[in-house]
Design a protein around this ligand. Structure first.
Ligand code: SF4
Ligand code: SF4
Length: 126
């Protein structure tokens, strides 16, 4: 609990200065990789009314207001998985649902992570 309190205080104090390098490092083969694979939203085109809200709210502007989907394949690659589009879509046309590969990765990571008791990791390099 003491470690959790310290972690919370550090997160609060430093939250304005977080960068992608501050993302916690987990002890698994995926997050050891330099490449970051975020969970990306799943699009249900049949529910979309093309209202354009997700396009307005996406912080990196990769959603087409005409279709509600990514503008193109490169746009999907750029998605940071922030889920702003999921949060703001009132039609539930965007959902945070992992695809098969992501689901398998998450299962593997959780299995590895729960294999033994680990100490909390310090993520800010203090
Ligand atoms: S916010 Fe939802 S309904 Fe509106 S365009 Fe985006 S996905 Fe479609
Ligand atoms: S998850 Fe974030 S970055 Fe990706 S499409 Fe939605 S709003 Fe844009």
């Amino acid at each position: 609990m003491e470690k959790a309190k310290i972690f919370g205080a550090d997160s609060l104090n430093k939250s304005k200065y977080l960068s992608p390098e501050d993302i916690p490092v987990q002890l698994d083969m995926f997050s050891r990789s330099k490449k970051y694979y975020p969970l990306k939203p799943f699009f249900i085109s049949g529910e979309c009314t093309q209202c354009g809200i997700c396009s307005e709210k996406c912080p990196i502007g990769i959603i087409s207001p005409e279709t509600g989907d990514y503008m193109n394949k490169k746009a999907k690659d750029l998605c940071i998985g922030c889920m702003a589009c999921v949060h703001f879509c009132k039609k539930e046309a965007k959902v945070a649902k992992p695809d098969f590969i992501m689901e398998q990765m998450m299962k593997y990571i959780l299995k590895k992570a729960s294999w033994q008791r680990l100490e909390p990791l310090t993520i800010f390099g203090l």
